[in-house]
Structures are given as structure tokens and as C-alpha cells.
Design a protein around this ligand. Structure first.
Ligand SMILES: [Zn+2]
Ligand SMILES: [Zn+2]
Length: 247
């Protein structure tokens, strides 16, 4: 068993930072918050590549190519399935060779078309996302701050939100999108009697209690978040079961 990770809040402190995640407790309102900055959706390299490609061919052509490769991909999958179920046994040996070669070629072409489709689709997505509706320009709408994922645990509800910060370099139009994300969550009852209940901060025995019910995320992996505090000195602690990440 791997050890639990412990986030400590010495008396009077309500924020802690650990492995890229900011933990915030609000004992008065019984709210716990965990926030993490994500990478921007598009790397500078992919942005540059999309701009270069669009300068060369135009946005419409990129769109057309994405559609073309999706169709070619579908076609080669259908062709492969046809060759798979082709009654090989009834044909001559030389025919079998062509069928095997055909199957091989359709697999190769599937991989190539899938790659090309993925590439043009990504370029297309950037063209769409970087378009400013206000001033009608491409490649000006961009993230001005890293996206933020926030999980908030209240007594009766647990929410996860993703906030994205976009603005237009050209006209200044700003759009902050807050998306509620689905999360697999349930509560587990807190433990009444703890084996180790001596406070590491003040040394008081029988002072540590689990003061909130356990947040359990992901029904299969059972990632647990437990909440403790010291009755004597006000020390708080969040304990995360092994390998816990909020995203
Ligand atoms: Zn604009
Ligand atoms: Zn204490």
C-alpha cells in the first residue's frame, strides 16, 4: 500500500500548494477548494503551424482536406472489411495473394488517412477557435491566461469546473467560459474513532478528528479525500489516497 499524501494547514493558514494543485480550506463555511492550472489548449508550435498552413492554402482548403481525409479513412475501412469477408477459400491461390496484399495496403492507408485527418482536424480546430466573432478575423482570438480546473467540495455537493480565458488580440473582445464538468462522486461516512489522534502540531493527545465526510471520486479507482482537524490548536489536514490527481 502506498502512503497517503498529506496536505497540512498549520493553525491560521488556509491555503497550501502541492504538486501543482492549490488547496484552500474555508472551515467557517465548510468549503474545500482544489485548483490546478492546465496547459493552454494550443502550443505556440501548433499555432504557428496552423497560421503558416492557412497562409499557404487558406482556411477553406484546410477544412476541405479534413473532410476529404475523413472520407478516405471511412472508405479504406470499408474496403478492408470487404477484403476481410471476401470468400478467399473459394478462389485460386494467386487471388489469395492479392487479397492479402490488399488487406495490408488498406491497413497502411488507414493509418496514413487517420494521421492526415487528425492533423487537418487539429489545424481546423485552431482556425475555428482563433476566429473572433466580434471583429471577424482569424488567428486573433487566444487564451490570455492558463485554463483553470477547480473542484469544490461543499457539505452536500461536489463540483468540478473548467474555466477558460480567451480574448481577441485585435479588438479586445473578452470571453471567459466556465464549464461545469461531470464528476463521479459519492460520500463515505467519516470515521468516528481514529487510531492515530495525536496532533503533530501541538502534541495534544486525542485531539485530531475527521470533521467531514469522505469525498470519494471515481467509483472504480476510489480516490478518497479525507479531512481532519485538531480540536485543540486548529490545525487542519487533507489526506489524499495514493496517486491522486484532480484531473
Ligand atoms: Zn476581435
Ligand atoms: Zn493541534
Amino acid at each position: 500500500m502506498a502512503k497517503d499524501k498529506r496536505i497540512r494547514f498549520p493553525s491560521g493558514s488556509y491555503q497550501a500548494f502541492c504538486e501543482g494543485i492549490r488547496y484552500k480550506i474555508d472551515p467557517e463555511n465548510d468549503i474545500v477548494e482544489m485548483t490546478q492550472k492546465l496547459n493552454p489548449r494550443y502550443s505556440p508550435e501548433s499555432r504557428e503551424e496552423a497560421v503558416n498552413l492557412a497562409n499557404k492554402h487558406g482556411v477553406e482548403k484546410i477544412q476541405k482536406r479534413a473532410r476529404l481525409f475523413s472520407k478516405l479513412l471511412l472508405l479504406s475501412i470499408l474496403l478492408f472489411l470487404f477484403l476481410m469477408f471476401f470468400p478467399a477459400n473459394f478462389s485460386a491461390n494467386s487471388k489469395n495473394f492479392f487479397i492479402s496484399a490488399g488487406r495490408f495496403l488498406t491497413i497502411v492507408s488507414e493509418i496514413i488517412f487517420l494521421y492526415m485527418f487528425g492533423y487537418y482536424r487539429a489545424m481546423m480546430n485552431y482556425c475555428t477557435d482563433s476566429y473572433c466573432e466580434k471583429c471577424g478575423k482569424h488567428f486573433v482570438f487566444e487564451e490570455f491566461q492558463a485554463p483553470l480546473v477547480k473542484e469544490e467540495s461543499k457539505i452536500d455537493v461536489y463540483t468540478k469546473t473548467l474555466t477558460q480565458y480567451w480574448h481577441c488580440r485585435n479588438c479586445g473582445h473578452e470571453a471567459i467560459k466556465i464549464e461545469l464538468q461531470s464528476i463521479d462522486h459519492h460520500h463515505e461516512k467519516r470515521q468516528g474513532n481514529l487510531k492515530e489522534d495525536t496532533c503533530e502540531e501541538c502534541g495534544e493527545e486525542h485531539a485530531i478528528e475527521e470533521y467531514r465526510n469522505i469525498d470519494v471520486l471515481n467509483y472504480v479507482l476510489k480516490k478518497k479525500i479525507r479531512y481532519f482537524k485538531c480540536r485543540n490548536c486548529g490545525y487542519h489536514e487533507i489526506r489524499l489516497s495514493k496517486w491522486f490527481r484532480i484531473v
